[in-house]
Design a protein around this ligand. Sequence first.
Ligand code: FES
Length: 109
Amino acid sequence: MSYSVNIISTDNSVVKIPFKPNAYPNLMELIIDTYYEEIGECLGKGLCGTCHVKVVSGTMEDFMDSTEKQTLSNTYNSDSQSRLACQIMLTKQIDKMTFKIINDNILNL
Ligand code: FES
């Protein structure tokens, strides 16, 4: 069974990316491999904020761990729709959801 997510790039183009559940460790790896390469500075540890995305449509039902919450709280222009793509697993839960890549991710440390 194949699923897909819609990714809105920083220039507002939309790309539909098909995926197989758990074919990559997380959504960030899928985005890097198929589309957009300038995210993921900390290699998915949830610390750098460069993989900041916002949920545009759909609902995330998983919980955020304390590291993700902490990084997002220090990330410029994060809000209640913000997530770190490296902390989102490729499961059917995100099928047909839309995420926008946020690129001006300056950490306010
Ligand atoms: S890759 Fe650094 S927070 Fe996701």
